[in-house]
Ligand binder design. Structure first.
Ligand code: DHK
Length: 153
């Protein structure tokens, strides 16, 4: 195990997964995703620190915390993805890799979801694969961290 965990940060309304618009987000709960992500991380010798908040500033605080305390970040910023320059700035300010994840494919949805401030700063983006996207994001963090490079240019 590497000493530092992967922070898995989930933004607003993702605490309702399972019952929230299941035709879009699926029926998997956030607890289920936590378990899936932790299991996948373990196969890479990594651990996860899984969190959810409905507050933008708390996501910013956690990203800044990740600078010292995480080996990488998986971030589903929820709706703040599309509105938050603060998330963009926080990602730019940290050196650990950040993979943006969305359960749905925002580009196949309403036009206001087609722009992501997070994508401008993230190392990689995974969307449209529902809960499995978190597992693929762990694979990506493992490749970046255990491969010894961040992947950012
Ligand atoms: C989750 C949300 O809450 C939305 O605001 C985003 C994202 C999409 C998701 O698909 O996981 O637009």
């Amino acid at each position: 195990m590497t000493a530092k965990p992967v922070f898995v940060l989930n933004g607003p309304t993702l605490n309702l997964l399972g019952t929230r618009e299941p035709e879009i987000y699926g029926t998997t709960t956030l607890d289920d995703i936590n378990a899936m992500t932790a299991a996948r991380a373990k196969t890479h010798g990594l651990s996860v620190d899984f969190r959810q908040t409905n507050r933008e500033g708390e996501l910013v605080d956690w990203l800044i915390e990740a600078r010292e305390r995480a080996c990488g970040v998986i971030l589903n910023g929820g709706a703040y993805t599309h509105t938050s320059i603060a998330l963009y700035d926080a990602i730019k300010a940290i050196k650990v890799p950040v993979i943006e994840v969305h359960l749905s494919n925002p580009y196949a949805r309403e036009p206001f979801r087609h722009h992501s401030y997070v994508s401008h700063a993230a190392t990689g983006v995974i969307c449209g694969l529902r809960a499995q996207g978190y597992e693929f994001a762990v694979d990506g963090i493992a490749a970046l961290v255990l491969g010894g490079k961040k992947g950012k240019t």
